[in-house]
Design a protein. Structure first.
Length: 308
């Protein structure tokens, strides 16, 4: 009996190793191919991937839990707990924060990493625990779910206190990151995002980017998010038919502008309040200035003046 169980586990372990090798190869391909990497960094692509991870982890956790309820092996209990941590952590920290077009906060991003480490630890422990069976299986399942939930809370709650400070850390020790010699990958990623956004024909967006403008790595990330947030507000609140994204130079300063021909607002409206707060914060993190001009019936224009 033990021999059969060992053979089954070894077959399962070989399959898991092959899966990990395949995922590792795919990850290496994304890291070494800039075109693929920029496509993956689009918010919609990442959301789809995270959703697939949640579904797969949930299915495996349920199957392992069912097998544990029948056979009572600690191996199955740890596997169920590990995949449960992966599924719940990804859903809570990577999917829920971005529902509705919001951005994933620093605390949630680090908590997502922590949940994956917890999941990997539990799964790695499964094959090395003693071969034993538990009699009170239902109670053990409930305790396992409670412990996983508690661990995820213990990971997330301390990060809430200093998550914002974590997001400001960089490899240069707080100094200004190096400048890129070209913004071509950023340009391509932004244009692909606009193409995706306008695929349904509800909004026409013109993109004009001065090829001589250089953006630092942190500026590329925040400018992309600001444009994304601005266009999301145009689609949701402006009732516009046309928008324009312009990244260029004026009076020696680098400018990012998003404008539309929508209904505008009088400055007292709070319909896009959260989006505006997000864009102001992003501009501040890269030492940029943020301005907004809007009047009822005259559209809206936001402008970010990048650091000198």
């Amino acid at each position: 009996m033990q021999r059969n169980a060992k053979d089954t586990f070894e077959a399962w372990l070989v399959g898991e190793l092959l899966l990990v090798a395949l995922l590792g190869s795919a990850t290496a391909l994304f890291l070494t191919n800039p075109a693929l990497r920029n496509t993956y960094e689009l918010p919609e692509g990442r959301l789809v991937l995270d959703t697939a991870v949640v579904l797969a982890a949930t299915i495996v956790a349920i199957l392992a839990g069912v097998r544990f309820s029948v056979e009572g092996r600690i191996l199955d209990l740890l596997l169920a707990a590990g995949f449960c941590a992966a599924g719940v952590g990804t859903f809570a920290f990577s999917i829920v924060p971005v529902i509705g077009g919001a951005d994933q906060g620093a605390a949630e991003a680090w908590a997502a990493i922590g949940s994956r480490v917890l999941a990997a630890t539990l799964i790695a422990l499964a094959p090395v625990v003693p071969f034993a069976r538990i009699v009170q299986r239902k109670r053990a399942l409930y305790i396992g779910i409670a412990v996983v939930t508690l661990c995820l809370l213990l990971i997330w709650m301390p990060l809430r206190g200093f998550g914002a400070r974590l997001s400001l850390l960089d490899g240069a020790g707080g100094g200004r990151p190096f400048e890129l010699t070209s913004s071509a990958p950023f340009d391509a990623a932004l244009r692909r995002y606009v193409e995706f956004l306008t695929a349904d024909g509800a909004l026409e967006v013109d993109v004009e980017i001065d090829p001589t403008i250089l953006l630092a790595p942190d500026e590329q990330i925040e400018v992309f998010r600001i444009v994304q947030e601005g266009l999301a507000n145009v689609r949701k609140h402006a009732g516009a038919q046309r928008a324009e994204v312009w990244i260029g130079q004026r009076l020696g300063r680098r400018i990012v502008s998003v404008s539309d021909d929508g209904v505008g607002f009088d400055g007292e409206s709070s319909a896009a309040g959260q989006g505006l707060r997000n864009m102001r914060l992003r501009a501040k993190t890269i030492e940029g200035g943020f301005a907004l001009r809007s009047r009822p019936g005259s559209g809206t224009a936001l402008e970010v003046v990048l650091r000198a």
